[in-house]
Design a protein around this ligand. Structure first.
Ligand SMILES: O=C(O)CCC(=O)C(=O)O
Ligand SMILES: [Fe+2]
Length: 296
């Protein structure tokens, strides 16, 4: 998923200390923090609907962010036995964590996050598609330009991903970066997706440059979260720091959506995320709970 062709040498990396670990997690009421409603403004909603993404500050408190980083890193260390060895420039990913880890479950089923998503999409009910830890180790290359529509076998465009950093993301770490407005996907709709080399990324980049598309590449403060639509074009630069870039990406969709009639290869592991559901059927499996509203 990452392009490591122009990877950094160790010397060029920005030295960042590992964020301090909280001494006592038990004093933090995760559930309370993650169910408290967030005050979205009408401007946030307008901006999301026009641009296909919005970045919101103070969605998580610094303490809650630290819990997220700690929990994702412990799962990673369990799953990738060599995680603690000399850092490599891998892009590691872990899905379905919410079934395994009760703290991460609070983040994935969070009504604070899901309500934001429902309001941004202007839909009544939101279901989970999947959770995904996206960890770029030190030196990991850039994320190629893409939109997510290719990856989700859902017969709706009411699909949104909350990209939740588990630490601040300075420019050197490669923040998620968006092309605006949402409509720019139309400029590149005839470019065929290719998951095997970097040609798609290069072609998209060329069109955006030629058409002078506006690109928003800005750092994330601690606690800041971005939300992007499945047609929003995005990318991320390499991680040029000594610290791993740890992110939880949760994808949700409007209740009532169906699986597309012909899911393709790039829809990947969709049966894992939507079990016991055939193409064309409404998605309502128990791995796709309604996360907002909560009184369902
Ligand atoms: O984490 C990244 O670098 C890419 C994330 C992404 O493409 C997504 O969340 O849709
Ligand atoms: Fe993406």
């Amino acid at each position: 998923m990452a392009d490591n062709s122009s990877s950094n040498t160790k010397n060029a990396l920005l030295e960042l200390p590992e964020p301090q670990q909280l001494k006592d997690f038990s004093t933090i009421d995760l559930k309370q923090e993650l169910t408290k409603p967030y005050k979205l403004t009408t401007n946030d909603i307008k901006s999301f609907q026009k641009n296909g993404f919005v970045k919101l500050k103070n969605v998580l408190t610094p303490d809650v962010t630290q819990v997220l980083r700690y929990e994702i890193l412990s799962l990673l260390k369990k799953t990738f036995k060599n995680y603690n060895d000399v850092k490599k420039n891998r892009f590691l990913s872990l899905e379905m964590m919410w079934l395994e880890n009760t703290s991460i479950r609070e983040f994935v089923l969070s009504s604070r996050i899901a309500k934001i998503c429902a309001e941004l999409l202007s839909v009544k009910k939101i279901r989970l598609y999947h959770d995904n830890a996206l960890v770029k180790e030190s030196g990991c290359g850039r994320t190629p330009w893409h939109y997510d529509d290719h990856h989700f076998p859902l017969d709706t465009n009411d699909v949104i991903t909350a990209w939740i950093p588990a630490q601040a993301i300075p420019m050197e770490m490669g923040p998620l970066t968006f092309a605006e407005p949402l409509e720019v996907y139309k400029l590149v709709k005839d470019i065929e997706f290719n998951e095997f080399d970097t040609s798609y990324d290069r072609k998209i980049n060329n069109v955006f440059k030629k058409k002078q598309v506006s690109i928003v590449e800005e750092p994330f403060e601690l606690g800041e979260v971005s939300f992007h639509h499945n047609l929003s074009f995005h990318t991320a630069s390499e991680n040029k720091t000594t610290q791993s870039r740890v992110v939880l990406a949760n994808t949700y969709f409007a209740d009532g959506a169906r699986v597309v009639k012909n899911p393709t290869m790039i829809s990947g592991d969709w049966k894992k995320f939507i079990p016991e559901t055939k193409p064309g059927e409404i998605v309502s499996s128990n791995l796709n709970p309604i996360c907002w509203p909560t009184n369902n």
